[in-house]
Design a protein around this ligand. Structure first.
Ligand code: NDP
Ligand code: MG
Length: 395
């Protein structure tokens, strides 16, 4: 008699978000193949408890310490453990699992990502902020513990797929595409007055609010430039951004024979998530089958730097390197909070982040050792300077 195949143990960090939800929907296609270990969320206790009940998770963790009672109540009678707080999220990342999704938004995704890698598992990385703030630390932790990182950001999944079987030394350039975000066709004067609501709607992708606003400001693409450099080890001048309004080509890799390998697919994150879950095999996914004849044409434009100054900032960050990524991301997260709470305008976000980078660039950012402590310190300092810079803008 053949033994039934062992179930894969799966954890999802950020299970209540857009990526988390898409990951759960993929598990739902074949639920008997998985044992769900840990699911984490933050403010959305109802969604966390529902998912934990549906998948009979071992443990559900909220980042929000004061919501533990509520979570316990929502899980009453199930036997599912409940925990709360940042430390509990890190501890959950140490629970043995075969595949762990890193889909917390922001710098908070780094500590559990590192803990997951320390158990030598496979980390599916949607949390681009981990690579931006601490790329060398993340990759080194993976190497030391024989762990695997698989990219989930659609552009990086596309690059990863195009590089399959190729020699990295033959790569001349990497092109990541951008839809252009919510304000691609807006007059520049109107963009200055854009509200958080207007910036929170994306023409092509359905994502969490923060990354959607980052797409409108192109901070998302700025993070992705840095992410590409950190993950694939290519030089900054080898990475290009191309505006591609249809969002069907996610990235292209250009080789020394001048050929380009492009990855074309529907704009649906379930593709990249499913690829990371099935790797090295391709899963059968119930996604839209592109009708290219009907689509007719794919278009491309060079990014207009007056419209997207965040891309220039990313170049500056890559030039400084070291802790500049942590500073960039920390300042960006604080400026984004400032925009969402209507303290500053849309274009002020890039001003604030630029101010913080210039202010801190004299502090030996490029040569500093990248440790969890140094990254946290740079992140905190950047947020503090960003708050001061926002206050100064209002004067
Ligand atoms: P969402 O805002 O939809 O979800 C974020 C998740 O993180 C939620 O589960 C949220 O919990 C949780 N969370 C929020 N703050 C904290 C915290 N301080 N500590 C622990 N958990 C927290 O984000 P997305 O799913 O859109 O994005 C997740 C990550 O994936 C980001 O890094 C993003 O850049 C990246 N990504 C997303 C893509 C997308 O299509 N959405 C595409 C490519 C990359 P709760 O909701 O319960 O408050
Ligand atoms: Mg992306």
């Amino acid at each position: 008699m053949t033994q039934p195949a062992a179930k894969r143990r799966i954890s999802i960090f950020g299970a209540t978000g857009s990526i988390g939800d898409s990951t759960l929907s993929i598990l739902r296609l074949n639920p008997k193949a998985y044992d769900v270990v840990a699911l984490t969320g933050s403010g959305n206790i109802k969604a966390l408890a529902e998912a934990a009940r549906e998948f009979n998770a071992e443990i559900a963790v909220t980042a929000d310490d004061v919501r533990l009672g509520e979570l316990k109540e929502a899980l009453a009678g199930t036997g599912i453990e409940a925990a709360a707080g940042a430390q509990a999220i890190e501890d959950a990342a140490s629970r043995p699992a075969d595949w762990i999704m890193s889909a917390i938004v922001g710098a908070a995704g780094l500590p559990p990502g590192l803990k997951a890698l320390e158990q030598g598992t496979t980390l599916a990385l949607a949390n681009k902020e981990s690579l931006v703030t601490a790329g060398p630390l993340l990759l080194d932790t993976a190497r030391r513990h024989n762990a695997t990182i698989l990219p989930v950001d659609s552009e990086h999944s596309a690059i990863f797929q195009a590089l399959n079987g190729e020699n990295i030394d033959t790569v001349e350039r990497v092109i990541i595409t951008a839809s252009g975000g919510a304000f691609r066709d807006w007059p520049l004067d109107d963009i200055a007055k854009a509200t958080p609501e207007q910036a929170s709607s994306h023409p092509n992708w359905n994502m969490g609010q923060r990354i959607t606003i980052d797409s409108a400001s192109m901070f998302n693409k700025a993070l992705e430039l840095i992410e590409t450099r950190e993950f694939f080890g290519v030089q900054p001048d080898q990475i290009e951004v191309l505006i591609h309004p249809e969002s069907l080509i996610h990235a292209m890799v250009g080789f020394c024979d001048k050929g380009l390998l492009a990855h074309v697919g529907p704009h649906d994150m379930r593709h990249a998530i499913g690829y990371a879950l099935g790797y090295p095999n391709r899963p059968d996914l119930p996604l839209e089958r592109l009708d290219l004849a009907k689509i007719g044409q794919l278009t491309f434009q060079a990014p207009d730097m007056a419209r997207y100054p965040a891309l220039e900032l990313a170049r500056r960050v890559m030039e400084i390197h070291g802790l500049a990524g942590a500073v960039f991301n920390g300042a960006k997260e604080a400026a984004l909070d400032g925009f969402i709470s209507r303290q500053i305008g849309f274009n002020d976000m890039v001003r604030v982040v630029g101010n913080v980078i210039e202010l801190m660039s004299g502090e030996g950012l490029g040569n500093a050792a990248i440790t969890l402590d140094s990254v946290r310190e740079a992140d905190q300092m950047a947020r503090k300077h960003a708050v001061q810079s926002m206050a100064a803008l209002k004067l």
